[in-house]
Design a protein around this ligand. Structure first.
Ligand code: NI
Length: 191
């Protein structure tokens, strides 16, 4: 399913996405040390995450998903009637300030759990703080889909996948069946 126009390209390299079962998805990733900001390796990691995210039609991708156990993720939120587009962004060492209760239900999928969708309750609002690959500050107030993507990606840095956050397995579906039978057709977060 095309979530958005996938013709955007970056100069990064397409990397292999690891799937559930690979141990890297279950460890707490390491903070990026300050001395690695602005290095070629960190810039390349950021570009590769964005490129791979777009090639695989995702809204987000965390470094552990390409087998790099560092606290880095990329994300992108396509605009629609309710949401402003958030251009592709790479966040290093994110910190979240979650607001309110985790009671906003929405569909999620994961490039590391291909083919499945499930309903996950998330905080509707948060503040994201962190760094870009050069070490410059990143700060964003996020809500709705934007807040959901950020929570999903930050979970990957802590070894958590969306199925762990489901309150029950009753809503777990394959994508095709979701297309056919789901009565709630909110844009799923596939990241
Ligand atoms: Ni994911």
């Amino acid at each position: 399913m095309a979530l958005f126009n996938r013709t955007r390209s970056t100069d990064g390299r397409k990397r292999e996405i690891v799937r559930l079962g690979h141990p890297v998805l279950r460890v707490v990733a390491d903070e990026v040390p300050k001395e690695r900001f602005g290095t070629r390796a960190l810039r390349d990691l950021g570009r590769d995450l964005v490129r791979t995210m777009f090639e695989d039609n995702g809204m987000g991708l965390a470094a552990p998903q390409i087998a790099v156990p560092l606290r880095v993720f990329a994300y992108y939120v396509p605009g629609d009637d309710d949401e402003d587009e958030i251009p592709p962004r790479v966040v290093v060492n994110p910190r979240l300030t979650l607001q309110g209760d985790a009671d906003a239900l929405g569909w999620e999928g994961c490039l590391s759990v291909p083919g499945l969708r499930g309903l996950v309750a998330r905080h509707a609002r948060l503040v994201l703080e962190g760094f870009d690959v050069e070490g410059g500050p990143v700060r964003a107030e996020a809500e709705g889909l934007h807040a959901r993507v950020i929570q999903h990606e930050t979970d990957h840095l802590d070894g958590i996948v969306f199925v762990d956050r489901m309150q029950g397995m009753g809503s777990l579906m394959f994508e095709e069946e979701w297309e056919k039978y789901s009565t709630q057709k909110d844009l799923p977060v596939e990241s």
